[in-house]
Design a binder for this molecule. Structure first.
Ligand code: COI
Length: 357
Protein backbone atom coordinates (compact mmCIF):
# COMPACT_ATOMS: atom_id res chain seq x y z
CA UNK A 1 0.00 0.00 0.00
CA UNK A 2 1.51 3.35 -0.98
CA UNK A 3 0.60 6.23 1.31
CA UNK A 4 0.29 9.42 -0.65
CA UNK A 5 -0.95 12.84 0.21
CA UNK A 6 -4.54 13.63 -0.62
CA UNK A 7 -5.05 15.98 -3.55
CA UNK A 8 -8.10 18.25 -3.32
CA UNK A 9 -9.67 19.91 -6.36
CA UNK A 10 -12.64 22.01 -5.34
CA UNK A 11 -15.60 22.59 -7.59
CA UNK A 12 -15.97 26.07 -9.05
CA UNK A 13 -19.76 25.99 -9.05
CA UNK A 14 -21.82 24.62 -6.15
CA UNK A 15 -24.99 22.74 -7.05
CA UNK A 16 -28.36 23.81 -5.74
CA UNK A 17 -29.21 21.80 -2.61
CA UNK A 18 -32.58 20.00 -2.57
CA UNK A 19 -35.38 20.92 -0.16
CA UNK A 20 -35.62 18.55 2.76
CA UNK A 21 -39.05 17.26 1.69
CA UNK A 22 -37.64 16.16 -1.72
CA UNK A 23 -34.79 14.08 -0.33
CA UNK A 24 -36.06 10.45 -0.46
CA UNK A 25 -33.11 8.00 -0.64
CA UNK A 26 -30.00 8.27 -2.84
CA UNK A 27 -31.44 10.75 -5.32
CA UNK A 28 -29.13 13.73 -4.86
CA UNK A 29 -25.35 13.87 -4.62
CA UNK A 30 -23.05 16.48 -3.11
CA UNK A 31 -20.49 18.69 -4.86
CA UNK A 32 -17.44 16.46 -4.42
CA UNK A 33 -16.38 12.82 -4.49
CA UNK A 34 -13.34 10.80 -3.50
CA UNK A 35 -11.48 8.54 -5.90
CA UNK A 36 -8.25 6.53 -5.94
CA UNK A 37 -6.87 3.90 -8.28
CA UNK A 38 -5.24 0.53 -7.94
CA UNK A 39 -2.66 -1.12 -10.16
CA UNK A 40 -0.84 -4.36 -9.38
CA UNK A 41 2.59 -2.69 -9.43
CA UNK A 42 1.56 0.44 -7.50
CA UNK A 43 -1.05 -0.66 -4.98
CA UNK A 44 -3.69 1.99 -4.22
CA UNK A 45 -2.47 5.33 -5.53
CA UNK A 46 -3.44 8.89 -6.38
CA UNK A 47 -6.07 9.58 -3.68
CA UNK A 48 -8.03 12.68 -4.66
CA UNK A 49 -11.17 14.63 -3.93
CA UNK A 50 -12.61 16.10 -7.10
CA UNK A 51 -15.87 17.74 -8.19
CA UNK A 52 -18.69 15.15 -8.48
CA UNK A 53 -18.66 13.99 -12.10
CA UNK A 54 -19.31 11.02 -14.42
CA UNK A 55 -16.62 8.41 -15.01
CA UNK A 56 -15.08 7.37 -18.30
CA UNK A 57 -14.58 3.60 -18.43
CA UNK A 58 -13.61 1.15 -21.13
CA UNK A 59 -16.68 -0.89 -22.23
CA UNK A 60 -14.60 -4.00 -21.56
CA UNK A 61 -14.03 -2.95 -17.90
CA UNK A 62 -14.51 -6.16 -15.93
CA UNK A 63 -17.11 -4.70 -13.58
CA UNK A 64 -19.59 -4.53 -16.48
CA UNK A 65 -19.23 -8.20 -17.33
CA UNK A 66 -18.57 -10.26 -14.23
CA UNK A 67 -19.66 -7.88 -11.48
CA UNK A 68 -16.43 -7.81 -9.48
CA UNK A 69 -17.45 -4.97 -7.20
CA UNK A 70 -18.17 -4.29 -3.51
CA UNK A 71 -19.79 -1.44 -1.63
CA UNK A 72 -20.62 -0.09 1.81
CA UNK A 73 -23.24 2.22 3.29
CA UNK A 74 -22.84 4.41 6.37
CA UNK A 75 -24.23 7.70 7.54
CA UNK A 76 -23.10 11.09 8.86
CA UNK A 77 -25.38 13.21 11.01
CA UNK A 78 -25.17 16.95 11.65
CA UNK A 79 -26.49 18.30 14.88
CA UNK A 80 -28.60 21.45 14.80
CA UNK A 81 -27.54 22.42 18.29
CA UNK A 82 -23.73 22.09 18.28
CA UNK A 83 -23.03 21.92 14.50
CA UNK A 84 -20.90 18.79 15.02
CA UNK A 85 -20.81 16.05 12.39
CA UNK A 86 -21.05 12.49 13.69
CA UNK A 87 -20.21 9.24 11.94
CA UNK A 88 -21.73 6.02 13.27
CA UNK A 89 -19.22 3.15 13.73
CA UNK A 90 -17.35 4.04 10.51
CA UNK A 91 -14.44 1.65 11.19
CA UNK A 92 -16.89 -1.27 11.17
CA UNK A 93 -17.93 -0.41 7.62
CA UNK A 94 -14.38 -0.24 6.28
CA UNK A 95 -13.51 -3.50 8.03
CA UNK A 96 -16.54 -5.10 6.39
CA UNK A 97 -15.59 -3.58 3.02
CA UNK A 98 -12.29 -5.45 3.25
CA UNK A 99 -14.13 -8.68 4.17
CA UNK A 100 -16.38 -8.26 1.12
CA UNK A 101 -13.33 -7.47 -1.03
CA UNK A 102 -11.58 -10.59 0.19
CA UNK A 103 -14.59 -12.68 -0.89
CA UNK A 104 -14.53 -11.06 -4.33
CA UNK A 105 -10.71 -11.26 -4.75
CA UNK A 106 -10.33 -7.47 -4.60
CA UNK A 107 -7.20 -6.00 -2.91
CA UNK A 108 -7.77 -4.52 0.59
CA UNK A 109 -7.79 -0.80 1.38
CA UNK A 110 -6.09 0.81 4.41
CA UNK A 111 -9.12 1.22 6.70
CA UNK A 112 -7.76 4.11 8.82
CA UNK A 113 -6.38 5.98 5.83
CA UNK A 114 -9.65 5.75 3.97
CA UNK A 115 -11.58 6.93 7.02
CA UNK A 116 -9.30 10.00 7.13
CA UNK A 117 -10.03 10.66 3.43
CA UNK A 118 -13.75 10.35 4.13
CA UNK A 119 -13.54 12.90 6.94
CA UNK A 120 -11.88 15.37 4.54
CA UNK A 121 -14.60 14.78 1.95
CA UNK A 122 -17.37 15.32 4.50
CA UNK A 123 -15.74 18.49 5.85
CA UNK A 124 -15.77 19.89 2.32
CA UNK A 125 -19.46 19.04 1.76
CA UNK A 126 -20.64 19.61 5.33
CA UNK A 127 -23.32 22.09 4.31
CA UNK A 128 -25.05 19.28 2.42
CA UNK A 129 -25.80 17.35 5.61
CA UNK A 130 -29.46 17.91 6.48
CA UNK A 131 -30.30 18.44 10.15
CA UNK A 132 -34.05 17.71 10.26
CA UNK A 133 -35.17 14.63 12.24
CA UNK A 134 -34.95 11.44 10.15
CA UNK A 135 -32.44 12.93 7.68
CA UNK A 136 -28.71 12.29 7.29
CA UNK A 137 -25.88 12.11 4.79
CA UNK A 138 -25.65 8.61 3.30
CA UNK A 139 -22.07 7.67 2.40
CA UNK A 140 -21.50 5.12 -0.35
CA UNK A 141 -17.90 3.81 -0.56
CA UNK A 142 -17.43 1.30 -3.40
CA UNK A 143 -14.82 -0.48 -5.48
CA UNK A 144 -15.12 -1.42 -9.14
CA UNK A 145 -12.86 -3.58 -11.30
CA UNK A 146 -11.65 -1.54 -14.26
CA UNK A 147 -9.27 -3.73 -16.28
CA UNK A 148 -10.45 -3.90 -19.90
CA UNK A 149 -10.37 -7.67 -20.32
CA UNK A 150 -13.07 -10.27 -20.90
CA UNK A 151 -11.16 -13.12 -19.22
CA UNK A 152 -12.98 -14.60 -16.25
CA UNK A 153 -10.34 -13.75 -13.64
CA UNK A 154 -9.77 -11.04 -11.00
CA UNK A 155 -9.05 -7.63 -12.46
CA UNK A 156 -5.58 -6.13 -12.19
CA UNK A 157 -6.89 -2.58 -11.80
CA UNK A 158 -9.63 -1.01 -9.66
CA UNK A 159 -11.15 2.27 -8.59
CA UNK A 160 -12.20 2.98 -5.01
CA UNK A 161 -14.68 5.81 -4.69
CA UNK A 162 -16.85 7.54 -2.08
CA UNK A 163 -19.93 9.54 -2.96
CA UNK A 164 -22.29 11.36 -0.58
CA UNK A 165 -26.06 11.70 -0.72
CA UNK A 166 -28.32 13.72 1.60
CA UNK A 167 -31.22 11.40 2.45
CA UNK A 168 -34.60 11.29 4.13
CA UNK A 169 -36.52 8.11 5.02
CA UNK A 170 -35.53 4.94 3.12
CA UNK A 171 -39.09 3.61 2.99
CA UNK A 172 -41.97 5.84 1.97
CA UNK A 173 -43.73 4.32 5.02
CA UNK A 174 -41.01 5.82 7.31
CA UNK A 175 -41.31 4.12 10.71
CA UNK A 176 -44.82 2.81 9.92
CA UNK A 177 -44.99 -1.01 9.78
CA UNK A 178 -44.55 -2.66 6.37
CA UNK A 179 -46.02 -5.87 4.97
CA UNK A 180 -43.65 -8.60 3.74
CA UNK A 181 -43.94 -11.62 1.49
CA UNK A 182 -42.27 -14.84 2.67
CA UNK A 183 -40.38 -15.88 -0.49
CA UNK A 184 -40.44 -19.59 -1.22
CA UNK A 185 -39.02 -19.84 -4.73
CA UNK A 186 -36.13 -17.42 -5.11
CA UNK A 187 -33.07 -17.42 -2.87
CA UNK A 188 -30.97 -14.45 -1.81
CA UNK A 189 -27.82 -16.40 -0.93
CA UNK A 190 -26.62 -19.97 -0.56
CA UNK A 191 -24.08 -21.61 1.77
CA UNK A 192 -20.60 -20.90 0.45
CA UNK A 193 -21.90 -18.08 -1.76
CA UNK A 194 -21.50 -14.32 -1.39
CA UNK A 195 -24.35 -13.63 1.06
CA UNK A 196 -22.08 -12.17 3.74
CA UNK A 197 -20.49 -9.73 1.27
CA UNK A 198 -21.89 -6.39 0.15
CA UNK A 199 -21.59 -7.03 -3.56
CA UNK A 200 -23.90 -5.89 -6.34
CA UNK A 201 -25.03 -9.36 -7.44
CA UNK A 202 -26.70 -10.09 -4.11
CA UNK A 203 -28.91 -7.06 -4.54
CA UNK A 204 -30.00 -7.32 -8.19
CA UNK A 205 -30.63 -11.06 -7.73
CA UNK A 206 -33.36 -10.00 -5.28
CA UNK A 207 -35.33 -7.86 -7.75
CA UNK A 208 -37.44 -10.68 -9.15
CA UNK A 209 -38.74 -11.65 -5.72
CA UNK A 210 -39.17 -8.00 -4.80
CA UNK A 211 -41.39 -7.56 -7.88
CA UNK A 212 -43.54 -10.45 -6.66
CA UNK A 213 -43.85 -8.81 -3.24
CA UNK A 214 -44.87 -5.46 -4.75
CA UNK A 215 -47.47 -7.22 -6.96
CA UNK A 216 -48.99 -8.52 -3.72
CA UNK A 217 -48.91 -5.02 -2.20
CA UNK A 218 -46.06 -5.96 0.16
CA UNK A 219 -43.05 -3.69 0.66
CA UNK A 220 -40.38 -6.36 1.09
CA UNK A 221 -39.42 -10.01 0.89
CA UNK A 222 -38.59 -12.30 3.81
CA UNK A 223 -35.73 -14.52 2.66
CA UNK A 224 -35.46 -18.16 3.65
CA UNK A 225 -32.23 -20.18 3.55
CA UNK A 226 -31.12 -21.43 0.14
CA UNK A 227 -30.74 -25.07 1.12
CA UNK A 228 -33.85 -26.12 3.00
CA UNK A 229 -36.10 -23.09 2.41
CA UNK A 230 -36.96 -23.36 6.06
CA UNK A 231 -34.80 -20.98 8.08
CA UNK A 232 -35.15 -17.21 8.09
CA UNK A 233 -32.22 -15.17 6.78
CA UNK A 234 -32.98 -11.50 6.06
CA UNK A 235 -35.84 -9.14 5.26
CA UNK A 236 -35.32 -7.18 2.01
CA UNK A 237 -31.75 -5.92 2.35
CA UNK A 238 -31.95 -5.81 6.15
CA UNK A 239 -31.30 -8.08 9.11
CA UNK A 240 -34.42 -9.27 10.91
CA UNK A 241 -35.48 -9.59 14.56
CA UNK A 242 -38.46 -11.37 16.20
CA UNK A 243 -39.70 -10.74 19.74
CA UNK A 244 -41.35 -13.90 21.01
CA UNK A 245 -42.57 -14.19 24.61
CA UNK A 246 -40.27 -11.36 25.74
CA UNK A 247 -37.14 -12.84 24.11
CA UNK A 248 -35.61 -11.26 21.01
CA UNK A 249 -34.36 -13.68 18.35
CA UNK A 250 -32.31 -12.96 15.24
CA UNK A 251 -30.83 -15.39 12.70
CA UNK A 252 -27.25 -16.34 13.52
CA UNK A 253 -24.52 -15.27 11.09
CA UNK A 254 -24.42 -18.35 8.91
CA UNK A 255 -22.19 -17.04 6.12
CA UNK A 256 -25.13 -16.20 3.89
CA UNK A 257 -26.34 -13.35 6.13
CA UNK A 258 -24.83 -9.86 6.20
CA UNK A 259 -23.09 -8.96 9.47
CA UNK A 260 -25.02 -5.69 9.83
CA UNK A 261 -23.61 -2.80 11.83
CA UNK A 262 -27.14 -1.86 12.94
CA UNK A 263 -27.82 -5.54 13.79
CA UNK A 264 -24.71 -5.58 15.98
CA UNK A 265 -25.71 -2.30 17.64
CA UNK A 266 -29.26 -3.55 18.35
CA UNK A 267 -27.89 -6.70 20.00
CA UNK A 268 -25.52 -4.62 22.15
CA UNK A 269 -28.30 -2.20 23.12
CA UNK A 270 -30.66 -5.05 24.08
CA UNK A 271 -27.96 -6.67 26.22
CA UNK A 272 -27.29 -3.35 27.95
CA UNK A 273 -31.03 -3.13 28.77
CA UNK A 274 -31.10 -6.74 30.06
CA UNK A 275 -33.53 -7.74 27.31
CA UNK A 276 -32.76 -11.38 26.47
CA UNK A 277 -31.48 -11.77 22.91
CA UNK A 278 -30.57 -14.94 21.05
CA UNK A 279 -28.71 -15.42 17.76
CA UNK A 280 -29.78 -18.76 16.36
CA UNK A 281 -31.48 -20.59 13.50
CA UNK A 282 -35.16 -19.61 13.35
CA UNK A 283 -37.56 -21.55 11.15
CA UNK A 284 -40.54 -19.96 9.43
CA UNK A 285 -42.74 -22.68 11.00
CA UNK A 286 -41.70 -21.54 14.44
CA UNK A 287 -42.76 -17.98 13.61
CA UNK A 288 -46.13 -19.16 12.25
CA UNK A 289 -46.68 -21.24 15.42
CA UNK A 290 -45.71 -18.30 17.63
CA UNK A 291 -48.19 -16.07 15.82
CA UNK A 292 -50.97 -18.67 16.28
CA UNK A 293 -50.39 -18.93 20.04
CA UNK A 294 -50.10 -15.15 20.40
CA UNK A 295 -46.43 -15.40 21.44
CA UNK A 296 -45.14 -13.39 18.45
CA UNK A 297 -44.98 -9.86 19.81
CA UNK A 298 -42.88 -7.86 17.34
CA UNK A 299 -40.95 -8.21 14.09
CA UNK A 300 -38.57 -5.60 12.70
CA UNK A 301 -35.75 -5.20 10.19
CA UNK A 302 -32.52 -3.28 10.79
CA UNK A 303 -30.04 -1.71 8.38
CA UNK A 304 -28.07 1.47 7.83
CA UNK A 305 -30.45 2.90 5.27
CA UNK A 306 -33.73 2.59 7.19
CA UNK A 307 -32.16 2.14 10.69
CA UNK A 308 -35.19 0.15 11.87
CA UNK A 309 -38.34 -0.86 10.05
CA UNK A 310 -41.24 -2.57 11.87
CA UNK A 311 -43.05 -5.42 10.11
CA UNK A 312 -46.84 -5.36 10.51
CA UNK A 313 -47.79 -8.34 8.34
CA UNK A 314 -46.24 -11.52 6.94
CA UNK A 315 -47.77 -13.13 3.87
CA UNK A 316 -46.98 -16.87 3.98
CA UNK A 317 -48.51 -19.25 1.43
CA UNK A 318 -51.38 -16.77 0.86
CA UNK A 319 -52.02 -16.69 4.62
CA UNK A 320 -51.84 -13.24 6.21
CA UNK A 321 -50.22 -13.07 9.64
CA UNK A 322 -50.73 -9.73 11.33
CA UNK A 323 -48.04 -8.75 13.82
CA UNK A 324 -48.79 -6.50 16.80
CA UNK A 325 -52.07 -5.29 15.22
CA UNK A 326 -49.96 -3.84 12.38
CA UNK A 327 -48.58 -1.25 14.79
CA UNK A 328 -45.03 -0.26 15.69
CA UNK A 329 -44.05 -2.20 18.80
CA UNK A 330 -42.74 -0.62 22.00
CA UNK A 331 -39.36 -2.32 21.69
CA UNK A 332 -38.91 -1.28 18.04
CA UNK A 333 -39.74 2.32 18.98
CA UNK A 334 -37.35 2.26 21.95
CA UNK A 335 -34.53 0.86 19.82
CA UNK A 336 -35.14 3.37 17.04
CA UNK A 337 -35.08 6.28 19.51
CA UNK A 338 -31.93 4.98 21.20
CA UNK A 339 -30.07 4.38 17.93
CA UNK A 340 -31.01 7.64 16.25
CA UNK A 341 -30.45 9.52 19.54
CA UNK A 342 -26.86 8.25 19.68
CA UNK A 343 -26.31 8.72 15.95
CA UNK A 344 -27.43 12.36 15.98
CA UNK A 345 -25.82 13.21 19.32
CA UNK A 346 -29.19 13.95 20.95
CA UNK A 347 -28.37 11.45 23.72
CA UNK A 348 -25.09 10.31 25.27
CA UNK A 349 -23.14 7.55 23.55
CA UNK A 350 -22.03 5.21 26.35
CA UNK A 351 -20.72 2.70 23.78
CA UNK A 352 -18.26 5.02 22.01
CA UNK A 353 -19.93 4.30 18.67
CA UNK A 354 -19.82 7.82 17.28
CA UNK A 355 -16.83 9.58 15.74
CA UNK A 356 -17.16 13.37 15.92
CA UNK A 357 -15.47 15.24 13.08
C1 COI B 1 -28.84 -1.01 4.32
O1 COI B 1 -29.88 -1.04 4.92
O2 COI B 1 -27.86 -0.48 4.79
C2 COI B 1 -28.73 -1.59 2.99
O3 COI B 1 -27.93 -2.43 2.79
C3 COI B 1 -29.62 -1.08 1.95
C4 COI B 1 -28.83 -0.41 0.87
C5 COI B 1 -28.35 -1.41 -0.15
C6 COI B 1 -29.64 0.68 0.24
Amino acid sequence: MTTQSLEIMKCTHEKQKPNVDELAFGKYFTDHMFIMDYAEDKGWYSPRIIPYQPLTLDPAAMVFHYGQTVFEGLKAYRSKTDDNVRLFRPKDNFTRLNLSSDRLSIPPIDEQQVLDYLKELIRLDKQWIPTEPGTSLYIRPFIISTEPNLSVAPSQSYKFMMILSPVGAYYAEGMAPVGILVEERYTRAAPGGTGMAKTAGNYCAAYKAQEKAVAKQKAQVLWLDGKEKKYIEEVGSMNVFFKINGIVHTPELSGSILDGVTRRSVIELLKSWDVPVEERRISINEIIDASETGALEEVFGTGTAAVLSPVGELLWQEQSIVVNHNETGALAARLYDALTGIQTGAVDDPFGWTTVL
